[in-house]
Design a protein around this ligand. Sequence first.
Ligand code: ADP
Length: 244
Amino acid sequence: MILFDRVTKTYPRTTRAALEDISLDIGRGEFVFLVGKSGSGKSTFLRLVLREERASSGRILVAGRDLSKMPERHLPALRREIGVVFQDFRLLPNKTVAQNVAFALQVIGRSRAHIRQTVPETLDLVGLTGKDKRFPHQLSAGEQQRVAIARAVVNKPAILLADEPTGNLDPATSLDIVMLLDRIHRANTTVVMATHDHDVVNALRKRVVELKDGSIVRDQVQAGYRVNPTADPGPEGNDGGVPS
Ligand code: ADP
């Protein structure tokens, strides 16, 4: 679903690559945590998948499309395959919950009948039944993120990208949100979540790809995320993963 083949990204007027020689294959329906310190290249990875940035070298395939060859006019079709969720929710403050979600369908020209049916279904999916007429400021942070997730998935994209989606949430709410992303993943969506939240990564035991200074330093299935990789993980171990 997402294939990076020896991808390097160097931003203009910088000397060091933000991503260097990255090869990674994320299959259809996988759930991947992309972890690493601030500045390690996580957002750059997500921006390349969306073709908000272009690779300096290497090949990127997303949902069967070769991004290096794709003309600009195909970008809207690519982006319809990809839902995106951010740390800061990015809701429209003057629209209700239902209007925020409906807006994502209006801009791609869906019919009113389709919108009337799909928006309540999606609000049910994210656990916001009964909150459709509220405005963002009348919701908790966790609820606002649920609205953002509803908006991201209402068009049933093949891929959901989440950039630090729990960054503004308390630990319990963070776990709820990641469980919701997992539910969406189980409904056959490929999910890539960039995070440095150890607790949520350790709670879910999914594939973990770790970046450091633009390079992949770890790619493990069903892994945890050690706070201190040099510490003794103890008799139980703590990353329980199978190197791949
Ligand atoms: P992360 O999401 O893990 O914090 P980023 O992908 O944002 O990492 O950043 C990776 C590296 O690229 C950092 O060194 C950052 O300073 C640099 N970088 C990110 N965006 C830009 C940009 N638009 N122009 C120049 N350098 C950038």
